[in-house]
Ligand binder design. Sequence first.
Ligand code: ATP
Ligand code: MG
Length: 387
Amino acid sequence: MAETISTAATAPPIANPGAAAPKVTVRQLHKVYGPRAAAHVALAGIDLTVRQGEFLVLLGPSGCGKTTLLRCIAGLEQPDLGEIEIDGDPVFAAKRRLYVPPEKRHLSMVFQSYALWPHMRVANNIAYPLRNRGIAASLIAERVNNVLRLVGLEALAKNYPGELSGGQQQRVALARAIVGEPGLILFDEPLSNLDARVRDHLRVQLLALQKSLAFAALYVTHDQAEAMALADRVVVMNQGNIAQIGTPTELYHRPNSRFVAAFLGNPNEIEGSVIGIEGPYHRVRTRIGDVFATGDRATLQTGTAVTILFRPEQCGLVAEERAGPNRFAARLVRSQFLGGSVEQVVEAGGYSLIVRTTSGWANEPGARLWLVIPPDHVFAFAGGAAT
Ligand SMILES: Nc1ncnc2c1ncn2[C@@H]1O[C@H](COP(=O)(O)OP(=O)(O)OP(=O)(O)O)[C@@H](O)[C@H]1O
Ligand SMILES: [Mg+2]
């Protein structure tokens, strides 16, 4: 793609976003769809804060309530219970029957489907949110030109959306979202209709734009790599609840539940039972041998049935037997070259386990190897294997 989004700042970045008053506060938000007999709880009591200038990503499986939460904040959906504040001002309060309509919430939205007016030229699509606001035509033109430059679409101002690629159309939608200089932009999977290269490119540029313009972004995705790449903090949702909130590294290295661990990184799973605590680790008896794992001291005691999880990229394979914790006999089933990495499937204790390494592997299927899993990268959670 030839166009690039300019990162020239039009507003100073906020030095310490965490210190500012919250941009959005959500308290005990409930949303139920359908008649009482067939009620479906889409949001089951969400508490959430979006900080000023923060990039907050909502991540979770299909149907977990991400779009519903975004639409409630936008005012497109009325929750059943709870409160929402934007810049400290209530925009929804169930108890007081307070509901502020979307156009008065001073935010904008970017959708997966771009939602551009097909009969309007690019410049007019972008100008649309500024119309009927009593802004002089010359000022509108100046602002539109400004954002066209920011998203690198000056040359296409007079085109119609149908004449643009998907990536270009999404840039128009982005330009339209920022033209009114909102302090908050809500994104619902804006990049998921684009092919992988365009998506990666636009992702980097969206982040640069968000940081330089310093708006708060609440961004929905079910793509964990996208969440990791964009977020200051990630909110992992599951069935209308928040499973965990944290920075990408916190969630990746310290998942608080099996759901979060399993959602971030497609880990290997092995069932076992805690047989003791040794130093900082739980010793878990499994069919591949005794595995040292990290787990919650308060809940995982000797005798607890657990599942241990470890990610393909956080274990390795070696040919020689050596002493040390978490080394298990394994047999290579197959190797697959993936370009930047090699994915190897090994069999150990009756389990089929995936190991991903960055360098090639010369062994033939059937080779006897040793699977090495650093104990800090093995998580133990109560309960048996996923059903
Ligand atoms: N208008 C509606 N009427 C009835 N049920 C709805 C409605 N909108 C959403 N739901 C249900 O509420 C739940 C949450 O839906 P939501 O669209 O928020 O999920 P999501 O996390 O955005 O999923 P996806 O990743 O597939 O977009 C789903 O089970 C969905 O079927
Ligand atoms: Mg959705």
